[in-house]
Design a protein around this ligand. Structure first.
Ligand code: HEC
Length: 127
């Protein structure tokens, strides 16, 4: 009886641990399915031609091509390198609170921040 219960709870713990790992490190992030909806929801109202984020920085998040083109000061997404990509640095709040993105708002949910990071580290593909 006890042994049986122990075995069940051990295996459900193992399953939970696997789920936790999967949640922290989503593999195979897609630009179209995962990244674009995050940008459309949180960034594009300011980062599109005519809007204040675009006017200030030159970043246009309406398409993959405009995102990869970068801003006034150059590339903001460096494929394979989320550590030094301005996009990731700003959404993670690694630069300064005053220029955390989305500008003047709550940080993105942790899972969205992670999705952007994994996507850049996987090569920032148009997939
Ligand atoms: C409320 C408007 C607003 C929203 C929403 C917003 N931004 Fe911005 N963004 C700005 C402004 C304004 C600047 C210029 C900041 C400055 O110069 O202080 C900027 C600058 C940036 C820059 C820096 C560009 C550079 O040249 O260094 C990046 C990268 C950026 N935003 C990414 C994002 C991302 C990604 C999102 C969505 C998660 C986002 N922003 C949401 C207004 C916004």
């Amino acid at each position: 009886m006890n042994a049986g219960f122990g075995a069940v709870s051990r295996s459900s713990l193992a399953a939970l641990a696997l789920l936790a790992v999967a949640a922290c490190a989503p593999a195979g992030v897609s630009y179209n399915k995962d990244v674009q909806p995050i940008l459309a929801k949180n960034c594009t109202e300011c980062h599109a031609p005519g809007q204040k984020g675009f006017e200030a920085s030159g970043l246009d998040t309406t398409s993959y091509q405009s995102l990869m083109k970068g801003g006034k000061f150059g590339q903001l997404v460096k494929p394979g390198d989320a550590l030094t990509s301005a996009l990731n640095m700003l959404v993670e709040g690694r630069v300064h609170a005053s220029i955390q993105m989305p500008h003047g708002r709550e940080k993105l949910p942790a899972k969205d921040i992670e999705t952007l990071k994994v996507w850049v580290n996987e090569g920032a593909k148009n997939n």
